[in-house]
Design a protein around this ligand. Structure first.
Ligand SMILES: Nc1ncnc2c1ncn2[C@@H]1O[C@H](COP(=O)(O)OP(=O)(O)OP(=O)(O)O)[C@@H](O)[C@H]1O
Ligand SMILES: [Mg+2]
Length: 372
């Protein structure tokens, strides 16, 4: 059964889409079968992967008779059609074998209101009973069709009903962050919203109406894999120091505010798994000054990945629909020392993404991970 991982932060522009694409690619390079899913009506992921330039490009995909995107996939449930939801015909990615895109739809936002009503009534209305389980059913069907190991879900920056649904019906979640005041604030709001969502999901799992639906609400309790901190505007001197300060703030916020809440709500993996996977170096530094009672939480609050600015690699990556760590010399199109420098930083990002992907594989392969 595929493992579904949500990349979630209601704060915008923190690297959710970039990470979904790059991590998905690295997991696929490591031999995993991966589907990346665009659940954001902005459709950035779809636009980038398929090289779409404008609304007309999207329109040509939406006009197909086949089920080619998330909205077509959900339509049987949301438009009360007699047909069952079926797997999406995913778009192949010009990259490692077994990596696919489940494309997004600009009109997905139109289903959000209906889903919100269905979720608020939490299964008291039979006519809306098929909606809360529909997204997960669609992803499972599609994952089965492609025999996927991982489904990576790229989400919009919002706390709306679709995200509530996606997060609570995933097996795991990752929180991309940017080292600034807004991400530090976001940690607090996550700590306040996640228990509410978890409580709602628990209630939905217990609802006979939602369980008797054609697409029953799945029995999940998503587990936190970690944060990804992208300090992509880091610069020499003062600014770099300011960013370091925010990175620290975020780690402390995650440790003191988010992790206790996740622990209370059974949204953490067993401690040993984090201890096993977080880098040795970060553990040692932390052991030096942290009270032993807090050691585990300190380790869990260490980011899964911490990345610096991709610089020119991000633009090249988007242009060539390739990850920042896998651009050919022709795609980089530089010479001499400049080319050598760019390739050097590309290799460093390759190593980082490889470490991130390995952690994800280890954290999610343990049988005890799916405990409720
Ligand atoms: N490490 C990085 N270095 C340089 N630029 C980056 C880095 N990560 C992301 N970016 C750029 O920052 C912008 C925001 O990234 P991205 O679109 O992945 O964020 P997002 O969280 O998905 O945004 P949204 O909330 O709008 O969906 C993009 O233009 C992306 O190219
Ligand atoms: Mg995005």
């Amino acid at each position: 059964m595929a493992k579904q991982i949500a990349l979630f932060n209601h704060k915008g522009g923190v690297g959710k889409t970039t990470m979904t694409f790059n991590l998905g690619w690295m997991l696929a390079e490591k031999g995993k079968r991966v589907i990346i899913v665009d659940c954001d009506p902005q459709c950035n992921l779809t636009g980038m992967v398929l090289g779409f330039k404008d609304a007309e490009d999207f329109a040509s995909m939406y006009g197909s008779d086949a089920v080619t995107n998330i909205r077509d996939g959900l339509a049987p449930a949301f438009e009360s059609r007699p047909a069952l939801i079926e797997a999406v015909d995913c778009a192949p990615i010009d990259g490692p074998p077994h990596m696919h895109l489940l494309p997004g739809h600009i009109g997905l936002a139109e289903y959000e209101v209906t889903l919100g009503v269905a979720q608020q009534l939490s299964g008291s209305l039979v006519t809306l009973q098929n909606l809360p389980g529909a997204l997960h059913y669609l992803f499972s069907k599609t994952a089965d069709k492609y025999n996927a190991d991982f489904v990576l879900v790229d989400m919009s920056p919002s706390l709306g009903p679709i995200n509530q649904n996606l997060l609570t019906t995933s097996d795991y979640f990752i929180v991309p962050m940017f080292p600034d005041y807004f991400s530090a604030m976001a940690t607090e709001s996550l700590a306040s919203i996640l228990p509410k969502w978890a409580a709602w999901a628990k209630q939905s799992k217990a609802s006979p109406i939602l369980q008797e639906a054609i697409y029953p609400f799945p029995d999940k309790r998503p587990k936190f894999l970690g944060t990804i901190i992208q300090n992509f505007r880091i610069r020499e001197g003062v600014a770099a120091k300011a960013f370091k300060g925010w990175i620290n703030e975020i780690k402390i916020g995650v440790q003191e505010k988010l992790i206790p809440v996740l622990r209370e709500n059974n949204m953490l993996l067993p401690d040993e798994l984090y201890i096993k996977t977080r880098t040795i170096e970060s553990q040692q530094t932390q052991f030096n000054f942290v009270h032993p009672d807090f050691v585990n939480d300190t380790i869990i609050s260490q980011p899964l990945l911490q990345m610096s600015d991709f610089n020119s690699l991000i633009a090249l990556s988007q242009k060539h629909k390739a990850p920042v760590f896998d651009l050919s010399d022709e795609q980089i199109d530089q010479q001499g020392v400049i080319l050598a420098n760019t390739k050097g930083s590309m290799e460093r990002f390759r190593d980082l993404f490889a470490v991130g992907a390995d952690q994800i594989i280890t954290l999610t392969e343990d049988g005890r991970a799916i405990q409720f």
